[in-house]
Design a protein around this ligand. Structure first.
Ligand SMILES: [Fe+2]
Length: 386
């Protein structure tokens, strides 16, 4: 029996029981897929299969008979309902099924040549083509304003907010609109100013700072950095931002072999001070299993030695240098000036940041946040679906 659904918006046009599963016809190009019986029996979204509040699985996956088969199928109102040989009935939202079938993160054909995939939802940018448009802090009190800020942060990897109050509480409250403050060896909300002697790091000087990502020595590097300017006078001291995803895309286009090397060879990040010795390793360009770029890690200050006996050492050095040549190009960089009450939030898994040398007073409070918490609020607010 073939069941047709009138709700074309679901993208699934018909469904029918076949041997060992259900055949689904969907999409404008009339694609057909067959979903296996055991998979369907396990993936219902009815209340017996899945808790509607938490989406936690309730079905006993491992008690499903290996030879389970659908007995009856109905399809209407955007839902597929199946009666099974083990006596169960499962329901399936046709839109959710279509999303799973169409999953745009399925392995790409290009994966075979190790090219670098970029999430098409992101707006990659190069240098001053990037518009400077600070968000007003008061706008964040309204859901639309918060969604605007989060959308900017998601799509371009950074957002600037003006009019934020001074002090630690204001920083923690602003972080709380996204997730929560991530505690590290630097504490919760930390202070950043020249001459602070609590930690031995180049960030506490007044010299220029080459572009980098933070915490390459952490297995789960913080996903966001929040800087809140508390005081500023003097010259220089601009923050420098580079879109690391755009640089990776362009390296893959011009030097695919070197870009591929940066996806395959781990670099070691290291942080050492009295009582602390952190170390983590991962490739500078981290891809997900489908070949999409998910994280850039690049910090030459904190890089531990590359092994000189590695047979690929020359390639690794070439690739490292080629990527740095791109991110150090002033034409790719965005420079942002500071004044008290101004906040910069940047995606530390995508953007590299640095600063120009400066004179005078330049003090910040700041904090880290987890990348997964940004993803969480983006899903909750409907800005991303995956
Ligand atoms: Fe940094």
């Amino acid at each position: 029996m073939v069941a047709y659904c009138g709700a074309m918006a679901t993208r699934i046009r018909y469904a029918e029981i076949v041997d060992r599963g259900v055949r689904i016809g969907f999409g404008r190009d009339e694609r057909v897929v067959e979903l296996p019986s055991r998979w369907l029996r396990d993936h219902g979204d009815d209340e017996a299969s899945t808790d509607p509040r938490t989406r936690q699985r309730k079905v006993d996956t491992f008690a499903i008979p290996a030879d389970v088969e659908p007995q009856e199928l109905t399809f209407g109102g955007g839902r597929l309902t199946l009666s099974w040989s083990d006596g169960a009935t499962t329901g399936h939202d046709a839109g959710v099924l279509a999303d799973l079938i169409e999953n745009r993160r399925r392995p790409r054909a290009a994966r075979a040549d190790r090219s670098i995939g970029i999430d098409p939802e992101l707006d990659l940018w190069v240098g001053e083509s990037e518009p400077f448009s600070p968000v007003d802090a008061e706008s964040l009190d309204h859901p639309e304003g918060l969604a605007t800020m989060l959308g900017l942060l998601h799509r371009r990897g950074w957002v600037m907010i003006d009019g934020v109050a001074s002090g630690e509480q204001a920083v923690a409250e602003l972080a709380g609109r996204i997730g929560y403050v991530r505690r590290t060896i630097f504490g919760d909300v930390w202070e950043l100013a020249p001459g602070l002697s609590e930690h031995l790091d180049s960030a506490y000087e007044a010299t220029d700072l080459d572009v980098h990502t933070d915490c390459t020595y952490s297995n789960d590097a913080p996903g966001l950095i929040l800087f809140c300017c508390q005081a500023r006078d003097g010259d220089g001291g601009e923050s420098v931002l580079v879109d690391g995803f755009a640089a990776a895309r362009d390296l893959a286009s011009g030097e695919p072999f070197l870009a591929g090397a940066l996806t395959r060879f781990d670099f070691i990040g290291r942080y050492v001070e009295p009582g602390v010795h952190l170390r983590a390793e991962r490739p500078p360009l981290q891809l997900d299993p489908a070949g999409y770029l998910v994280q850039v890690s690049f910090n030459n200050y904190d890089r531990a030695p590359i092994l000189p006996t590695d047979p690929w050492v020359e390639t690794v050095i070439d690739a490292h240098g080629a990527f740095h040549q791109l991110i150090a190009d002033p034409g790719r960089q965005l420079r942002l000036g500071w004044r008290p009450g101004r906040v910069l939030i940047l995606d530390n898994w995508r953007l590299l940041h640095g600063r120009t040398a400066f004179t005078g007073d330049r003090r910040f409070l700041g904090c880290y946040l987890n990348h997964e918490d940004l993803q969480s609020i983006l899903r909750v607010m409907g800005i991303i679906r995956r």
